[in-house]
Design a protein around this ligand. Sequence first.
Ligand SMILES: [Zn+2]
Length: 489
Amino acid sequence: MKKSVKITAGAAAAAALGATIVRAASLKDDAREVAPLPEEHIVLERYKRNLSDAIKIKTISSRDHSKVDWSQFDAFHAFLEARYPLFHKTLSKEVVSKASLMYFWQGSDPSLDPIAMLAHQDVVPITPGTEQDWSYDPFGGVEAEGYIWGRGALDMKNHLIAVMESIEALLEDGYQPQRSVYVLLGHNEETMEHQESGAAYMCRTLAERGVHLEAVLDEGGANLPVSVPGLIDVDIVGVGIAEKGQVDYEISVRGKGGHSSQPPKHTALGQLANVIRDLENHQYKASITPLFEDLFVRAAKKAKLPVKLLVSNLPVLKPVLARALTTIPPAACMVRTTTAVTMAQGSPAPNVLPQKATVNANFRMMPGESVADVERHIRKVVRNKDIEIKLIKGKEPSKISTTDSKAFKAIEDISAATDKKNVVVPYLVMGGTDSYLYEPICENIYRYSPFKLTPKLLTATHGTNEKIPVDCMADAVIFFKRYIKEMTK
Ligand SMILES: [Zn+2]
């Protein structure tokens, strides 16, 4: 009996293992065979020089418009015009919403929906007190040690100038698109003005003119080499197909106030501590979304057997994996709506009891959750039912773009033809970009900057010593040329 149980269990285990191996084997590299693409002419020296000089122009945006030096934006526009003569001779240009740029390249077939290439001209300021930490002048555009250094080198004058370069080069080649192309360069992406931004204005303008876009390509993803000896050695082409929402809620508790010499057992601030504890102890539940699963499955196709085995068991492992990921903050944010208590305030003086204590909680929502859902969540998890909740600022999560569109397939084909190590994976962008503002006129919105970068380099975005490796620059221009051709031929 015992033996037979053993045999049965063993047989079941063998059968399960067999099934797993079959599933793992089904995760074969099924990248479509793509013919090599013809060489592209680009002018790398010009791109390097122009990126360097673009960094020197201090296009710093601010939510307080009176603090913006608009002459820098004028200078940037003149700079683009001077450096890209064919581009400016061929494309029409409108300056809208103060300093945003709308360019239009007329295709030969007006019945086709145009594509849009997005980028923002503005950069964030240097955090006061950190100027001396830079190895080179943050607005010097210095080329040294194999990098071009400065604010905007990664976010995102690198991308903007590469788009300009690619179109200038296409025009030099005598290329005439069938499908029209918009180049839409916002001027205040970094200030998160959302519906009041230049990008939103440009979208409304296009909508009024009856324009519907075939696809939008913006910043938000990169080409990240991932190598773990014996397990995986690929370049992940991360294409953002959605972005998280975010909302700030101010939560308040009222108190009696008075002098601190006669305090109650719990002041308003003391009661608020429980509110904070409830919020932190009742995090959103994590789940492996279809988007996240797709990311794993695609990456596993190019991985070695142990990774394939793991991923082929994903349906069974999902709950365990989701729980495990919540213990790692950079991973947790990909699988759940996050809760971050960020600012708190009590009374205005050390010896005064607070009449009101407030805390700001910042939530980043997964697609599918809404600003209103978060308020319901707060009311549900906070035991104190006398709290007041005020919406400070909210942005709904984006829609999820399909991986079945012409644009996504173009990115896949170009990536596969360029380098066998490339594996295109769709992913969820944690930060925000201008691209979601085009949802009213476009379903296929992708966030991808075609630069091969390490995660370490990416952490310098908005920080000290932002810099781009010179050796990844040519590939970006080539990618944009190929993408535009693929989409417009
Ligand atoms: Zn940016």
